[in-house]
Design a binder for this molecule. Structure first.
Ligand code: HEM
Length: 193
């Protein structure tokens, strides 16, 4: 493969990663809100979330391999794992590395979930929310295609859907928090009467 082909492959897989990780975040929120997707049984949302997470991780691996084996820029395996030490675009590449490290933590704890328990798994799973915007800023900062029409539309679509889903998630959490004291009160009154 020529360096130019690797560069195109790196950019293409970067865009696919952004789209797939966005879908993973949306589906994660759908799982949490027990949303049933049209045409799928309830467990279908969980399966789709899991399958897309693994697909996104596979594309991320390709994205990284293309960047490392492209001899035109000097990106080492250490640069991939340790944030902000690269000679090439240390800040923007470092953010990609941070997103990768957070993604790996979420992935490993998900695979070990039966052993580590639900609480630990869930605490680490929150990192997925942090990883997504970090990866987004990485792509905007380092990407050759930033500013092109198609990349702008892809970015706007990803940001808009994640903000809408996150707002729904927060509204749901706020409703649940309001309901909890009321339910406790009702239980206490039931005990008294
Ligand atoms: C979850 C993690 C990541 C996501 C979602 C992601 C996504 C993206 C996106 C959307 C772009 C812009 C592509 C374009 O302009 O066409 C990009 C560019 C790039 N990414 Fe990542 N990335 C991630 C992690 C990494 C990591 C760990 C590396 C380390 C090797 C890396 C290396 C690069 C490079 C070198 C470019 C520049 C390509 C160019 O010249 O345009 N990325 N990434």
């Amino acid at each position: 493969m020529t360096s130019e082909t690797l560069w195109y492959a790196n950019r293409a897989t970067g865009a696919v990663c952004l789209a797939l990780f966005t879908a993973v975040v949306l589906l994660g929120i759908a799982v949490r809100l027990r949303t049933r997707l049209p045409g799928l049984p309830r467990f279908g949302t969980v399966s789709l979330h899991r399958t897309l997470s693994l697909s996104a991780t596979a594309f991320l691996a390709l994205h990284i391999v293309f960047a490392v084996i492209d001899g035109y820029v000097d990106i080492t395996v250490v640069d991939v794992l340790v944030p902000f030490v690269s000679d090439y675009q240390p800040l923007w590449l470092g953010l990609g590395t941070v997103a990768l490290d957070l993604t790996l933590a979420v992935l490993v704890t998900s695979l070990l979930r039966p052993r580590i328990g639900h609480r630990t798994w869930r605490a680490v799973h929150w990192l997925a929310y942090a990883s997504w915007p970090v990866a987004l800023v990485h792509g905007i900062g380092i990407g050759t295609d930033t500013g092109t029409d198609w990349m702008t539309w892809l970015t706007v679509a990803c940001v808009a859907t994640v903000i809408a889903a996150f707002a729904t998630r927060l509204a749901h959490a706020a409703r649940a928090a309001r309901r909890t004291p009321a339910a406790l009160l009702r239980t206490a009154e039931g005990v008294r009467s």
